[in-house]
Structure formats: C-alpha cells, structure tokens
Design a protein around this ligand. Structure first.
Ligand code: PEP
Ligand code: MG
Length: 926
C-alpha cells in the first residue's frame, strides 16, 4: 500500500442504505454527456449519474460561482465500459464533440487550435468522493503545434512549455503506463528532470529555462517511445479518449478497490469523467492554486483552513515538492483574491449546508473554483460540525444526525494516539480492526506476563496467536490485544470489545513464536518487553511506543472530569439526546459483569440483551471448579462441582440485577464447547490434576474423551443442558435465587429476567430446557414467597431455527438473533479462521464487507427476515432482538430497524454508536 493510500484510507465507517445495480448496456439512457458553464444540464441532486464532482460543478455553475466550463460523462458510461469490453456507447463521441464545441464557443478557444488552443483537464468523480484514488490528467490538448499557440497567446513561452512537459509526464504515466518498474526504482520522468537539474546545477523546477523545458519534452517523448514503442500522441482527440479510458479504468485499480472496501462503496457505482477547461495557477506571480476547507477538518472548529502555492498547478500542492502556505497568508499576498475566496467560502457553506473542501485556482488575479465536496473529517470534527451547523441553523436536527457517521462517535470515546507521533511511527503490519482505539505498551506473550508487567507499573499489549478464556486476566491487564489468528467475532475480539479494549485480530503476517518469545512482522523482529502500538480502528500495527490518552467523554462519565469542563462531552451529550428522541429501536448491551453493565448504562444501555454466563467462569478459582465440573466422570461428581459454582453464579447475577436497576436482563445458559475451558498445555494440566486431587492421566483421558473434531458444531449450546440437565438446573436456580434476593427488602429492585437458551434448532430442544427452567422458577418462588417477572426465549443462531421459527415460537417468549453463529452456520465459514483468506476475498471484492462484522443482508439477512415473519405468525407480539456482534454495526442496525426488531444488543462501548445508528435508521427509512 502506498503512503498516500495509507493516509487517505482511514477507518471512518459509513452507512450505505442503498446500492444500485450496475447498469447493463440494455438499460442505460441515451444521454451520456452533461454540460456545465453558461449552459448547465445537471445539479447537485444528480450524484448517482454525474458523480459527486460533476454534480457539484453543475450546481456551482448554476448558482453563479466562477467555474471554468466543461462537461461530465456519466457513471452509466462506466458501467457500459466494463460490461462491453472497454468500449463506449455508439453515440458518445458525437455528444463529446458537441460539448467540446460548447466550451470552445464560450471561451473563444479551439481544441487543437493553432492560435488560441483550448486545454482541458480530465478527472474522475464517483458518487462518493474517493480522494486521490483514481487518475487525473491536466493540460490535455497540448502538442507540438498548440504549445506554440499557447506560448504566443499567453505571452509566456516558459509557461507554455512547462505545461507541455507536465502534460507529457502525466499522460505518459497514467495513460501510457510509463512508470517505475519496481519499488526501488524512481519515477522515470522525475529521474530525467532531476538529472537535468543536476547537470544545470539548479535547485528548483522554476529555475529551468524555456530551452531546458523544450529539451525535457524531447527526452520525455523518447522515454515514452522507448518504453511503449509508440509515439506520444499529437492528435488531441486521441489524447482525450486515451485519458477518458484511463480514468474509467482507474475505477478498478488497486487503490480504488481498497478504498471502496474501507468505505463500503459498491463496485457497481462506477465513476463519472469530468472534462473541464483548464485555468492556470502557474501563469505568473498573480496566479495561485490551492485547497481550502470551510472549517477545520481535524477538530471541526469554524475557521478557514487550507493552503496554496503561488504560480503553481494543483499537483504541486499535492505532490509536496514545494511547501504550501497557510491560507491566511493569501490575505497579504493577493488581498483581493483572498476576499473573493472568503466570499466563496461563505456562499458554499450556505448553499451546500455542510463543511466544504474546495479547490481553487487564481489565474492572473481571477478566482476560479474547480471542485467542491463535503469535506472528509475526523470523527470529532464530524460531531462538532454537525452540532454547530445545527445551532447556526444551517441544518435541521435530523440532517445533523444523519451527517455524523455513527462510528465516528467512537472517536470521542476511545483513547487516541497523538497524531504527530503517529505520523512518524513505522508501520510493521496490519490485521482486522476488532476493538477501536489506540494502545501502546510492551509486548507480553502470556497472560501471566501481562499481569506481572502491569503490577510493575508497565503498560502491555498482549500478543497471542489466539486468545482463550485462560487469557482473560491478561486481557484485562493489557492496553490492547493483538492476535495473529481469528476474526472480528473471535474470542479475543468479543471479549476485547466488551471490555472496551483495543484489539486487532487475524494479523496473519505476524508470526508469534512463544518459545523464542519473538514477534516477527516482515523483516522486523520484536522481543517480549519491546514496545508495540496498535490502532484498533485501522488495524495498523506500529513498532515502538506512541503516546495516547483517555478520552474526555470517558473521564466525565467515570467522574474524573466535570461535565461543564469538557466541550467534547457537551457535543457527545447533545448528539445522544437527539438520537434518543428519534430512534424506535431499543439499545441493550452484551455484558457479563456488573462493571461492564454499569459502563453500558452510563453509555445509555436500556437493558442487557446477552449475558454470556460462560464468561463468568473464566476468572479466579471459578475456572478450576468449572474444570472440575467438566472433567467429572459422572453426574454425582458433576453435581458436586455445580454446587460449588452456584454461589458464585448467584452473586454475579445479584450484581448484574443491581447494576441494571430494574432494566431487563437477558441471561443466556451455558453455550460454548466445553474444551474451551480446558488447559491446552501439559504444565497447566498437571497443575490442574494436583489442584483437583486426581491423577494426571485421568485429566488427560477426560480431555481425550471430550475431544471433538469440530467443536463449534459439536456439544455446545442447548445440547449441553440437554445431556447435563443439572447444569441448566444450577444456572436457573442461581438466577431465580438472585432475583428473589434483590426483589425483597428496602432497596428492592423490580426484576425483568429473560432466560435465553442457546443454539436451538428444534422446538423439542427448547421445550426440554423450558421445562427445567419453569420447574426451578416455581420452586424458588414458592420457597421465597415472591413473584418473579421472567420470560424464556431462545437464540436464533442456526438456519434450522430460522426456518422453523413458527414452530419454535410456540415455546418462546422472545427470539434473539445470534448472528455470529448464524453467519458461521449459514456461510459454512468458521468465525475464528477468517485471517487466512480474508484479504484475497476482499481484493477480489467477493465480500464487500467482513460478514462477521457487518451482516450479510442478502444471505443471512434473509433468514432473519424469515424468522421474524414466521415467529410473528405464531406469536404476533413476540419480542425480537439481536445480540451477535452485528448489533453494534451501523449498517446492520439499519437492517434491524427495517426488519422490525425491538432491540439491538451490543458491547458496552458500542452503545452510543448503536443509539445514533438506530436514530439514523429511523430517519433514513421514514
Ligand atoms: C451469536 O452467535 O451471535 C452469539 C451472540 O453467541 P456467541 O457469540 O456467544 O456464540
Ligand atoms: Mg452463538
């Protein structure tokens, strides 16, 4: 990945509610070309057809902003181009010719003309901007004849020849493919230029004379001939079609594909091509070119922000050859142009009603606007701009809510890296971004090391091939977790997100050697104790320490900072209160401990939608009793272990009920394959045998007996409770005993318990478990003389359950979609093994999104819809929720809203995102 790609491809999830199918040749319209200028055919609402750039150019032209005239070839042509072997609709060339004629007559110039030649730029422009991802050609229309004409009419032959050499360089690279042949090789055009500067002993390009530039043009042309065996084209229409095809082709270049994956932009959208008369920022010292934002895109502050270069063309600003000046300095250098620019800034914001990122050129003191788009911004800036623009009455509350990418709320909550330090840090690898935020610390390869190091006051990042319940303590002690295997719904990811830990999973290029205590990423080898930094929002792994800090919002919510001392907190609260007003979906949380539950309530959770009871057994002495229970040779031994577990479980449930203060609490019965609780290495197994007072061989034999080839599809879920009913009985008893305890006395809490049976596929499975739950409930209520409000329902997480939801609904008070397993079982795809092929699948655009992160709406989603429909057929008021990881993903939340679920349940740190996404879903689908 190139540096620019890395810089631009930042994690900032977007929701795309709709996609359009690629227009096949049969369905395209006959109008492919839309002019802007004196005569304007398009407007800002036509993004789908004209792309964002084309639509906004048309809009700017029609509101009287100084836009050089041009035309847009529509996105439909892009679809046609790919569907028809890179050819164009028959009528296109005629329409292009007509549009060129219009520009010629408006400007009094002629394309390919000898005396006053028209030059054009050819640029891409997709529906959503994809900055820097596709190709651009400037100064098109120059050849050996027109360059002389330009020299004459401008009275500046140096300028004309500089444009010509720039054009050949760009065209040679982008259209004719004359590029560096390896990472080590310099760009060949650049090399020729530098060689000439060295020979002439000059520092900058502007020191080159007309004669030097003419020589450069000759050298560039011979380079092209040598490399491509073709001459640089002199025919301006050949140039035009060459550039147009290059831009359409760049829709499918590597960078563009990667960008689309990051931002969930469908491949079917295609790009438009904008052809526009050139204006010249390099026409002298009263000329300039620059890029400006109407507000600060980094922090959202309402200040004019941008940079420019005097006597330069656009690519000089981007290429970083010369250092641009801050926009404020233009007020001194070209005061009238600065005033004009300020006016444009205000007009753009008032008209487009969003922060704009625009390109301008000043030619001989005259200002032109070449492009405007809604500016990309950080999460914090997105929130601040939306809130402040609503306060300035530039947008309504509804629009403001829709303007904030739901994920960006996260950037107000997670620890952040210091941006300057991040820029300088060396990237050593990449994995799946599984728990957002920034973490830096010493590498710890085991949970024990992580714990020991934190006790010494060191920060650690736990680096494992994968995590298991044994690692929980280590995870708790770590700043972040990095695994080389596993997907975004793997154990590490689930637990990390619930704990609000930063996490990267499935970093398959990272090799962890526990014996040598090394972590290898490419050529970099790090040892235990070395510093590493991970960004769980982008998946990028860095060598060394990068400073980070807790967010202000978190400090306020945890009482470490006064609310009125934090503007960020005020912004957060404003957005959350708006969101709550508009959403209809309830937002619950997946929490297993009172601490998690309290954090979720602080973030606005309205209940617990999933308590994974197995997580309650990971810690301390419980894991040993749990292991004793699993290894039990018979029911008597098992019951004896369960008896010891009951008080722990009851205490935890009491804590949860108290933390949730009367909100609904969904407790799921034991679900995972039992081997997950058993130690994997012999040292720990021997220790366990000693602790339990059983022979080592007994432990080994039981582990062997419990071995399953496919544990994810084996003895787990309700199957456990069916073959060992005493487990269900203990869990139900602990729950009702806890409920009875907290629903009595002075500080009595109203209980709303929801008991959930996992991995049900048959009505009879649910009925079996239901009978135990109801029996125990009746016993406990009778014993304590209390009435406990409870429901019993099931997870829908295997296809059979979805298909037979009408039957299952007879037994269930509620369904909760376990979309992690439902995805795993529907796609026949292990939720823990995505790392090996995921990159390939993404680059081939087989998966637009990781199906474990964002619901596969067209596949798994159909099963959800079916289950909703069939469940409601049997029980119209059945309560419906989702507790798979998708419940925290904005696009999936939109789906849940449309499908008519009652609630989503996500990990605590994602609750604010879910609240916002739920409101957006309602507003979008009103
Ligand atoms: C699920 O499968 O979606 C679910 C929530 O259960 P778990 O992730 O615990 O298997
Ligand atoms: Mg599950």
């Amino acid at each position: 990945m190139s540096k620019t790609t890395k810089a631009v491809v930042k994690k900032q999830a977007k929701t795309k509610a709709s996609t359009t199918k690629r227009t096949a040749n049969k369905s395209v319209s006959t109008n492919f070309v839309y002019a802007f200028g004196k005569k304007t055919d398009g407007n800002a609402t036509m993004r789908d057809l004209l792309g964002g750039k084309g639509a906004n150019l048309a809009e700017m032209a029609s509101i009287g902003l100084p836009v050089p005239p041009g035309f847009t070839i529509s996105t439909e042509v892009c679809g046609y181009y790919y569907d028809n072997g890179k050819t164009y609709p028959a009528s296109l060339s005629k329409s292009v010719l007509k549009a060129i004629k219009q520009i010629e007559s408006q400007l009094g110039k002629s394309f390919g003309g000898r005396s006053n030649p028209l030059l054009v730029s050819v640029r891409s422009g997709a529906r959503d901007s994809m900055p820097g991802m596709m190709d651009t050609i400037l100064n098109l229309g120059l050849n050996d004849v027109t360059v002389e004409g330009l020299a004459k009419i401008s009275g500046n032959s140096r300028f004309a020849w500089d444009c010509y050499r720039r054009f050949i360089q760009m065209y040679g690279d982008v259209v004719m493919g004359v590029q560096a042949r390896s990472e080590e090789e310099e760009d060949p055009f650049h090399e020729i230029l530098e060689k000439m500067k060295r020979k002439l002993k000059v520092e900058t390009d502007s020191d080159l004379s007309t004669e030097n530039l003419k020589a450069l043009v000759d050298q560039y042309k011979s380079l092209i001939r040598k490399r491509t065996r073709s001459a640089f084209p002199q025919d301006v229409f050949e140039q035009l079609w060459g550039a147009t095809s290059a831009v359409f082709s760049s829709w499918r270049n590597e960078r563009a594909i990667l960008y689309r994956q990051q931002y969930a932009i469908p491949a079917e959208w295609g790009t438009a091509v904008n052809i526009q008369a050139m204006v010249f920022g390099n026409a002298g010292d009263d000329s300039a070119t620059g890029v400006a934002f109407t507000r600060d895109p980094a922090n959202g502050e309402k200040v004019f922000y941008g940079e420019y270069l005097i006597n330069a063309q656009g690519e000089d600003v981007v290429a970083g050859v010369r250092t641009p000046n801050a926009i404020a300095k233009l007020a001194d250098e070209l005061p009238q142009s600065y005033r004009d620019l300020e006016k444009v800034r205000n007009k753009l914001e008032k008209h487009f009603k969003d922060m704009q990122d625009f390109e301008f050129t000043i030619e001989g003191g005259r200002l032109f606007i070449l492009q405007t788009r809604n500016g990309k911004r950080t999460g914090l800036a997105a929130v601040r701009i939306a809130v402040e623009m609503q306060r300035e009455r530039l947008m309504s509350q509804e629009t403001a809510l829709l303007k904030i990418p739901a994920e960006s709320i996260d950037s107000l909550l997670v620890p952040v890296f210091d941006p300057k330090a991040l820029k300088a840090a060396p990237i050593i690898g990449k994995g799946l971004p599984a728990g957002p935020g920034a973490a830096t610390g010493r590498i710890a390869f085991t949970a024990a090391t992580a714990e020991a190091e934190t006790r010494k006051g060191n920060k650690v990042v736990l680096c494992r091939n994968e995590t298991s319940p044994d690692d929980l303590k280590g995870m708790l002690h770590s700043q972040g977790i990095l695994t080389s295997r596993g997907g975004v719904s793997s154990h590490a990811a689930l637990v990390a997100r619930q704990l609000g830990k930063v996490c990267i999973c499935g970093a398959s290029e990272v090799v962890i050697n526990y014996d040598k205590k090394t972590l290898t990423a490419g050529k970099v080898v790090l040892k235990e104790g070395d510093y590493i930094s991970i960004d769980g929002s982008t998946g990028l792994i860095y060598k060394g320490m990068i400073e980070s800090a807790d967010s202000e919002v978190k400090r306020v919510l945890e009482g470490g900072l006064k609310a009125n001392k934090s503007y960020t907190y005020e912004l957060f609260q404003t957005v959350m209160s708006w969101a709550d007003k508009h959403r209809t979906l309830n937002v619950r949380t997946n929490a297993d401990t009172p601490a998690m539950a309290k954090q979720a309530v602080a973030f606005g959770a309205e209940g617990i939608g999933l308590c994974r009871t197995e997580h309650m057994f990971f810690d301390g002495e419980r894991i040993d009793i749990m292991r004793q229970m699993i290894l039990a040779a018979d029911e008597v031994q098992r019951r004896s272990a369960l008896k010891k577990l009951l008080p722990f479980q009851k205490k935890d449930f009491v804590g949860l009920f108290k933390a949730m203060e009367g909100r609904p609490v969904t407790i799921r019965l034991l679900d995972p394959p039992l081997h997950e609780f058993l130690p994997h290495d012999d040292v720990v197994r021997r220790q366990l045998a000693e602790k339990l007072g059983v022979p080592f061989d007994f432990v080994i034999d039981r582990i062997k007996a419990l071995h399953e080839e496919n544990p994810m599809l084996g003895c787990r879920g309700c199957r456990l409770g069916i073959i060992y009913p005493e487990i269900t009985e203990m869990q139900a008893r602990a729950l009702f005993e806890a409920a009875a305890q907290v629903s009595k006395g002075k500080k009595a809490i109203k209980i709303k318990a929801e008991i959930m049976i996992p991995l049900v596929g048959f009505r009879a499975e649910l009925a079996d478990q239901l009978a135990i739950v109801h029996r125990v409930a009746a016993e406990v209520m009778k014993k304590h003389k209390v009435k406990i409000d409870y429901l019993v329902g099931t997870m829908i997480e295997v296809p059979r359950a979805a298909i037979t939801a009408d039957e299952i609904a007879h037994e269930a008070d509620f369904f909760s979609f376990g979309t992690n397993d439902l995805t795993q079982t529907t796609l026949g795809l292990s939720r823990d093994d995505m790392g090996l092929f995921y990159d390939q699948y993404q680059s081939k655009e087989i998966y637009n999104q990781n199906p474990f992160a964002s619901l596969d709406q067209t596949g798994v989603g159909k099963l959800v819809e079916l289950a909703v429909e069939r469940g409601r057929q049997t029980k119209p008021n059945i309560k419906l929720g989702i507790c798979g990881e998708h419940a925290g993903d904005p696009m999936s939340i939109d789906f849940c809203h449309r499908t008519g679920l009652n609630y989503v349940s996500c990990s605590p740190p994602r609750v604010p995102i879910a609240r916002l996404a739920a409101a957006q879903a309602r507003l979008r689908n009103k």
